[in-house]
Design a protein around this ligand. Sequence first.
Ligand SMILES: [Mn+2]
Length: 258
Amino acid sequence: MKTLIKNLFKSKSIPPLLTGLADQQRIYCIGDIHGRVDLLYQLHKLIIADSDNYHGTKTLVYLGDYIDRGSESKQVLDCLLDETQLTSFKKVYLLGNHEQVLLQFLYTDDAHIANDWFKFGGLATLMSYGVELRGIPTLKDLARIRTELHNKIPKQHLDFYKNLSFYYEAGDYFFVHAGIKPKLKLDKQRPEDLLWIRDEFITSQLFHGKIIVHGHTVSPEPELLSNRIGIDTGAYSSGKLTCAVLENLNCNFIQTSQ
Ligand SMILES: [Mn+2]
């Protein structure tokens, strides 16, 4: 089922003059994967089937949070870096807050960051890279774990994490991991908001200049609103990994089944 985003402006007297994407352009945008490589493979297959007969320009945008929670973070990275897959697509990889914390863990000495990261899924990532964990790590273990992770992460993976983008723009769409701070221009946004913001953005009724396509805040079903499209359907625990398919002002969704 395709929904025309313009129809969603029904209560506004003057709808914004939006055209969405230019003709002959289609974007497939994938939400938070969180270590579920099984779902990523499934979704890639569905995307290939969906795009088979399409001859315009195809772009794949990944919204970040590739790692943590699920047990196969390393394998998700291997899949994303496999250049033999989805070769007819231009690919865009955005930074999620979980990748930011991984980098902070690797390159700063802040024990609070490590502690927080371990609590919100980082242990699963460490295990997927083969870092030895002897029970729940204590502060004394940090230096060893950091060194071991440095030694075990492939250079290609590190380069991938370091080169992720904060946002991507195409036509009337602005793609970002978490969202944007309302009332602040899109080119004036702060990294911490782009990666972490929740309620202030999620509850905002304002139009932000572009339609914001985001993940980070879980909803049971994808959210298609006049000012934003939210596609984090909690794949890690729900088994539903969502992809928004955008063409002109149309948006429909492809999902893995549970
Ligand atoms: Mn997130």
